[in-house]
Ligand binder design. Structure first.
Ligand code: FAD
Ligand code: DHB
Length: 398
């Protein structure tokens, strides 16, 4: 026996994409339900991205989600690029006519969104199981799930948004043969740590070192986040804390600069992959965020892309459901894929320029150094980096 109900939009996944979509739809008077198979505490603690493009920041402000971000976020006007033992500054504000990026952790965006949705009385179901989407050949697709108490639900929707991440169920629910996948795997992973120690830098440091890439980023004035390139199939057990700090000091070090060390609160290894599924829509099922595409983390595009997708999707669903105008929904996949492929190229380029191939290749290494020297010497090349990093296709919220 299932409890049956109806809503306008069924949303699978309470990551940043699903939660923000629900919020944007509510601003346009459209009802939704969000179902999430993890607990609220898990979603709020999952360590992932931390860097927001200027356009993402402006969007969150415009839709009433900017207060804590503006109070606690750290605005950065550039980054450091380090190679061959020297550190160089890339000044985004100068190169892009004032654009910037903001450090504000994905965990904090998710907390802000969950709080805002619950305060608005939204239907937000955590710890669901056996999520299914069905009746996809009709104008009333169905979302089924079992709630935390064990009751089965069947919700008739006018549209469904698959915001369920890379391992979700929605992408695989599209008709067989419809989806084309373009992908690339990389022969390395990132070991990321969260450390309770003030950052040792005012802006992010991206370092290409002959022993591998390293990145110094941060979360707050008291908390640092750092990453190391490690082999693709690396076992975290091989990285005790002392080894991590030794390697970070080695790869990030320049004369006259010191890396502050502190307790490591969390460490994990993430694989690196580029993956784009297209189209991002079948009839009234729409994919958004990591459910449709993944980029390697170098350049921090994943979260920003997810936010770009759902901003376009909320506008398209408003027209489709509110005014029976299908044009933006018909254009949704192509509109998003333009931004996605720009970011896919940029993330691939940053990754390829900064990581060291595990199979030594002197030709490749010289190309990387030539590219890095060009980026710091040529205003045109630095501008290419800066305008992509700060967001080439900012989301547009009407
Ligand atoms: P997600 O955040 O993955 O949310 C999807 C949600 O759907 C999850 O809460 C999941 O539990 C839920 N779900 C899945 N299946 C079901 C189901 N069957 N039923 C109900 N719910 C379901 N990006 C950066 O820019 N910089 C980084 O440093 C960075 N680090 C990352 C580290 C890791 C380990 C990962 C996995 C990603 C990282 N990313 C990073 C990418 C960035 O975090 C993602 O692009 C972003 O989370 C995408 O948001 P999303 O809402 O599309 O997907
Ligand atoms: C962060 C992650 C990235 O991949 C990146 O390029 C910049 C910042 C971060 O976690 O803060």
């Amino acid at each position: 026996m299932s409890v049956t109900a109806s809503t306008q939009v069924g949303i699978v996944g309470a990551g940043p994409a699903g939660l923000l979509l629900s919020h944007l739809l509510a601003l346009r008077g459209i009802d939704s339900i969000v179902v999430e198979n993890r607990s609220r505490a898990y979603c709020e603690a999952r360590q992932r991205a931390g860097l927001l493009e200027a356009g993402t920041v402006e969007l969150l402000r415009a839709v009433g989600l900017g207060d804590r971000m503006d109070a606690e976020g750290l605005e950065h006007g550039g980054i450091y690029l380090q190679f061959a033992g020297e550190r160089h500054h890339i000044d985004f504000r100068d190169l892009t006519g004032g654009r910037w990026v903001t450090i504000y952790a994905q965990t904090e965006i998710v907390k802000d969104l969950i709080r805002a949705r619950l305060a608005a009385g939204a239907q937000l179901e955590f710890e669901v199981s056996d999520t299914e989407v069905a009746e996809l050949d009709t104008d009333h697709p169905v979302l089924r799930f079992t709630d935390a108490g064990g009751t089965r639900h069947e919700v008739s929707c006018e549209a469904i948004a698959g915001c369920d991440g890379f391992h979700g169920i929605c992408r695989d629910s599209l008709p067989p043969g419809l989806v084309q996948v373009a992908e690339r795997s990389y022969p390395y992973s990132w070991l990321g740590i969260l450390a309770t120690v003030p950052p040792s830098t005012d802006e992010l440091i991206y370092s290409r070192h002959e022993d591998g890439f390293a990145l110094h980023t941060m979360r707050t004035p008291q908390v640092s986040r750092l990453y190391l390139q490690v082999p693709a199939d690396e076992d975290i057990a091989r990285w005790p804390d002392d080894r991590i700090w030794d390697e970070l000091r080695h790869r990030l070090g320049v004369p006259g600069w010191e890396l502050k060390e502190g307790p490591i609160a969390e460490k994990a290894i993430s694989p690196m992959r580029s993956f784009v599924a297209s189209p991002m829509r079948y009839r009234r099922l729409f994919l958004a965020g990591d459910a449709a595409h993944i980029v390697p983390p170098t350049g921090a595009k994943g979260l920003n892309l997810a936010i770009g997708d759902v901003t376009a999707l909320a506008a398209a669903l408003t027209d489709l459901l509110g005014q029976a105008n299908p044009d933006p929904a018909n254009a949704y996949s192509d509109t998003c894929l333009r931004r996605v492929w720009r970011a896919t190229h940029f993330s691939w380029w940053m990754t390829s320029m900064l990581h060291v191939d595990p199979h030594p290749d002197p030709f490749e290494a010289e190309l990387q150094l030539a590219q890095l020297r060009y980026v710091i010497a040529s205003r045109a090349a630095a501008t290419t980096l800066a305008e992509n990093y700060t967001g080439y296709f900012p989301p547009h919220w009407p």
